[in-house]
Design a binder for this molecule. Structure first.
Ligand code: PEP
Ligand code: MN
Length: 348
């Protein structure tokens, strides 16, 4: 149950309400919303207690989330959440493009990919240093060195960086290199130990949808992050496993209008991992923005044929530039705008 109090309710009355609930053994959670006090109950509320608090004159509305989440529910925050990724706003009418190679491979490759991403109009640089590979014999990523190279490339091209974390033990390396956004990959969406251990890191999290996760399970994972201190969650739809083998996954754009009803969190769409085929990525990206996506996450490589992972789905420089140009148009068509790039670092 989410109790939405009237704007301007005195703090003493909010405290009294919270104490009333807690005295009855019901834990509560307070919204960061500034415009009005909003309090969610964490535990089940007995019907008599519910009737008594709902009757308080300060309670303007009561919302019952459609799933077992609280903080990520639409009713818990008035505006859409805008997540600040190293100075780039994600959500709230500002559309971002996250671009970069699947894996960071060497200094030249990541610098070239960053230059392409920058030139194409992307605001954020992605690159995997710790790779979740299906085969234990496949390239596993450069680890700490990969984060170092990604940081250098991001700094050189004025782009905050996004990289996947697979294990809590890797967190110090991410913090040492100032990774601006921690990506939780599809395979770890329900690694609750990982979610709990990164939630306190004061870094935005890009939470990818699990390979076969329902929308409710996905939001429950976002709630794990929020419940443990991270309200800066960006959801990322990256396609789900279906009966269809013609594409790598099936892009589920239904989540966009649905999640806008259920949650205040921004949603980014990754058409690269959804389709797995470069030619399908630009139209899917256009459709995603048209359907309300707050951003796009795509893979680009200077020489896809040499890529150590996901080369088969990497966009070329010209393809990325076209995709970003289209995203700008689709953003305008839907009354929004493409986020600005950060200034380039001054030479010397
Ligand atoms: C990736 O972003 O490179 C990746 C491994 O994505 P996903 O977790 O969506 O498969
Ligand atoms: Mn990849």
């Amino acid at each position: 149950m989410i109790l939405r109090l009237r704007p301007g309710t005195p703090e003493a009355r909010v405290t009294a309400l919270v104490e009333h609930l807690e005295a009855a053994g019901v834990r509560t959670s307070r919204s960061p919303e500034r415009g009005r006090p909003i309090v969610a109950t964490v535990d089940k509320v007995p019907s008599e207690l519910r009737a008594s608090v709902v009757a308080w004159p300060e309670v303007e509305a009561v919302v019952d989330p459609v799933g077992e989440w609280r903080r990520v529910d639409r009713g818990f925050f008035d505006g859409p959440t805008v997540v600040d990724v190293g100075g780039v706003p994600v959500g709230g009418g500002s559309i971002c493009v996250v671009a970069g190679p699947c894996s960071v491979e060497n200094p030249d490759q990541v610098q070239e990919a960053a230059a392409i991403a920058r030139r194409s109009g992307a605001q954020l640089l992605r690159g995997g240093a710790y790779k979740p590979r299906t085969s234990p014999y496949a390239f596993q990523g450069l680890g700490r060195e990969g984060l170092h190279l990604l940081r250098e490339a991001g700094d050189a091209h004025g782009m905050p960086i996004v990289s996947e974390i697979m294990d809590a033990a890797q967190l110090p390396a991410f913090l040492d290199h100032g990774v601006d956004c921690l990506q939780v990959g599809a395979r770890n969406m329900q690694n609750f130990t990982l979610l709990k251990s990164i939630a306190g890191a004061r870094r935005p999290v890009l939470l990818k949808r699990g390979l076969s996760a329902t929308i409710k399970e996905w939001l429950q994972s976002a709630e794990y992050l929020a419940a443990h201190g991270c309200d800066e969650v960006i959801l990322c739809e990256r396609g789900i496993r279906t009966f269809e083998p013609a594409t790598r996954n099936t892009l589920d754009l239904t989540v966009l209008p649905l999640l806008q009803q259920w949650s205040h969190l921004p949603i980014v769409v990754d058409p690269s991992h959804a389709a797995g085929i470069p030619g399908l990525i630009p139209p899917l990206a256009r459709a995603a923005v048209a359907a309300g996506a707050d951003g796009l996450a795509v893979e680009v490589h200077p020489r896809p044929e040499e890529a150590k992972s996901d080369g088969g789905q990497a966009l070329l420089a010209g393809e990325l530039a076209g995709l970003v140009a289209d995203a700008r148009v689709m953003a305008a068509v839907t009354g929004r705008h493409l986020a600005s790039q950060l200034p380039l670092p001054s030479a010397g």
